[in-house]
Design a protein around this ligand. Structure first.
Ligand code: PLP
Length: 255
């Protein structure tokens, strides 16, 4: 249990009862980085590692009641958003980050779980982009999400870099595209591309094969939010977060 003096990080996202992804994975990650973790839930999902059978979304009033319970008590140093399933939720979450003295969040623009569950209505994706990109410190799409956001095909490092610039033009100040699902790259390497206000950093690592780890995107964005909460600069926060997720993958591959 982190000390009361540890910086508080909050996640706003979906609850996965099996614990593999969503806010449970986020809070575990915050605490692994020496932060205190708290969560406001946008949706109760019914899923485990092989199936996604549905979800019961909360309304804006219920979300704000959860969030206020956290923010009324303590200062929030780090924040991330995950599953924002409905227009009502998206608009309320964007308002929270406009109206209060909260840190700009890491926005993980999740669209679909690896088991095929839709985490946001198709008609809400554009509202989410309009509302959340401008308030984000960083947005962290995977290749599929970045293709949907930019309406363009991403096949290699050059098209990843171009996509980060397109997403910045949509209003984000910084973008990290995660290349784990890139179709045609050298299969021994994984690259992620960070574009912070036009400065590009490419992170490269050996690919680790482990099909049964879920929530890697949740962990990565939560780890970045925790690093930022502790005052780490963005490039180092991304680098530390990648090292954390890679270690989880290594542990899984050797288990
Ligand atoms: N479920 C929830 C509630 C999530 O927030 C996410 C990702 O953010 C996922 C599932 C996706 O996890 P995975 O693709 O690893 O199954």
């Amino acid at each position: 249990m982190p000390a009361k003096t540890a910086p508080l990080c909050v996640t706003i996202g979906g609850f996965d009862p099996s614990g593999g992804a969503g806010v449970l994975a986020d809070v575990r990650t915050f605490e692994a980085f020496g932060c205190r973790g708290a969560a406001a839930i946008t949706s109760l999902t019914f899923q485990n590692s092989w199936t996604f059978s549905g979800a019961e979304h909360v309304n804006a009033t219920t979300l704000v009641a959860q969030f206020s319970s956290i923010s009324d008590e303590d200062r929030i140093f780090g924040a991330k958003t995950g599953m924002l399933p409905t227009r009502e939720i998206v608009e309320e979450v964007a308002l929270l980050f406009h109206n209060t003295r909260l840190p700009a969040p890491v926005v993980d623009p999740v669209i679909e779980s690896s088991t095929g569950g839709l985490l946001i209505d198709d008609s809400t994706i554009d509202v989410m982009l309009d509302e959340m990109l401008p308030v984000a410190r960083l947005v962290t799409p995977n290749v599929m999400e970045a293709q949907r956001i930019t309406n363009s095909s991403i096949v290699d490092e050059a098209t990843m870099i171009a996509a980060t610039e397109k997403i910045r033009k949509l209003g984000a100040c910084a973008v990290l595209i995660k290349g784990g699902h890139l179709p045609q790259t050298d299969s021994r390497e994984v690259i992620d591309v960070l574009n912070d206000a036009g400065t590009i950093t490419v992170f490269r690592d050996d690919r680790i094969y482990c099909s049964n780890v879920r929530g890697t995107g949740c962990m990565l964005s939560a780890a970045i939010a925790a690093g930022l909460a502790k005052g780490t600069n963005l490039v180092d926060a991304v680098s530390d977060a990648r090292a954390f997720v890679l270690e989880k993958l290594r542990q899984c591959a050797s288990a």
